[in-house]
Design a protein around this ligand. Sequence first.
Ligand code: NZQ
Ligand code: ZN
Length: 390
Amino acid sequence: MNLDFTYQNPTTIYFGKNALNNLSSELANYGDTIMLAYGKGAIKKNGLYDQVTAILKDNGKTIVELSGIMANPTYKKVMEGGKLVRENHVDLILAVGGGSVIDCAKAISVSAYCEVDAFTRYWLQFEPIDNKIVPVASILTLAGTGSEMNGGSVITNEEIKIKTGRVFPANVNPKFSILNPEYTFTLPTYQMISGTFDMMSHLMEAYFSGEDDVTSDYLIEGLLNSIIHSAKVAVKNPNDYEVRSNLMWSSTLAMNPIMGLSKTQDWEVHMIEHQLGAYTDCAHGMGLAAISLPYYRYIYQFGLDKFVRFAKNVWGVDETGKTKEVVALEGIDVMERFIKECGIVTNLKELGATEEMLPLIANSTVLLGGYKVLTAEEILNILKIAYEAQ
Ligand code: NZQ
Ligand code: ZN
C-alpha cells in the first residue's frame, strides 16, 4: 500500500429487523425539532412514515417535514430545505429514503447556514465548511449509494446542468443510520438492480486504479463475489431476507469508503454518469452500467493486468492457453451476461438520452484521470456505443 491515508468514520450503524428500536434512544441526544426528510411517497405506502412519526411524537419532538425529495436531488430542493431549517431552528435532519434523500439532507446540513452560494463554494470550489453543520441521521430504504455511512452528497444544479458530488469530511456523515433490509422489499425491481450495480461500480472504481498490492483489492473481490451471488437470487426472489441483508451491508461497505483507502481512484464512470444524469435524470445505477461496458472495453488495454485479475477472481474466467487481452475481454463479457441476466438497462436511449445530448454530456464531463484520462472525443465514442447498445 503505497499511499498514506487517514480514516475516520463516526456513523453508528443499527442493522437488522429490529434496528428501528434504537431510534428513541438516539433521539435523546438531539434537541426538540426534527426535520423529517423523505421522497415522493414510498415511505407512506409501506408504512415507515407512520412508524417513524409515531416514534418522534412519543419522544416529544416537533416535526418539520420536507417531502418530495426527488431522485437526483436538485440544488433548488436543497435551498428549500435550508430555509425550513433556519426558520424552524432544526436540531436534527432525519432522512428516510434512498441515497437521494440522504444526499439532499447532507447538502441541506452544510448549506443552511452558508451565507454565500453554497453550490459554488462547496461543490464547485471544494472549500472547507466554515459555517454551522446541522446533524443528519438516516433510515435507509434502498441499498446502493452507501450514503448512509459516508459524507457523500451528489446534487444536480439544474440551472447550469451540472450534477456533481463531493465527499465531505466525517463530521457531515450521518450520526447514526438505521438499516433494516426488510425496508427494501417494497423497492421496484428496477430500483433494486440499479442500486446493486451502483454498489458494484463503487467497488470497480476503486479496484481499477494503481498497480501496487493493496489489501482493498482483495476485499473488493470478495465483496463483488458476494454481491453477484446475492443479486442473482434477489432478482428471482426479492423477499429473501438473507440476500437482501447481504446486499444492504455490501453496499454500505462498498462506499463507506474503506475500499478506496490507499488507492488513487479516478471515478471516471461516475463522472460521466453524473453528467448523463444531469441531462436525462436517469436512475444512477442504470446509467453506470450502460457506460461501464463500452468504457471498460476501451480502457482495459491501459490497465491490462488488473483486468486479467478481475476476469479470473471475480468472473471465474479460465486463463489457460489464452492471451491477457482475451482473458480481460472475456471477464467483461461475463459481466455483461450478468448485467443482462439481472435486467439492468445498457442502452442510453432507454435511459432518456437523445443523440443531441451526447456531445453536451461528453464536453461537460470533468475527469480526474486514472489508467487513462479520456478526452471529450473518447467519452463521446463511449457514449455513442452505449447509445446503440442492444
Ligand atoms: O421518492 P420515493 O418515493 O422515496 O421513491 C424512491 C425513488 O423513486 C424509490 N424508493 C426508495 N426506497 C424505496 C423506494 N420505493 C419503494 N420502496 C422503497 N423501499 O426509489 C427511487 C430512487 O431513489 P433514490 O434515492 O434516487 O435512489 P438511490 O439510492 O440509487 O440514490 C441515487 C442518488 O444518489 C447519488 C446518485 O448520483 C443519485 O443522485 N449517489 C450518492 C452517493 C453517495 N452519497 O456517496 C454515491 C453514488 O455514487 C451516487 O452518485
Ligand atoms: Zn454511485
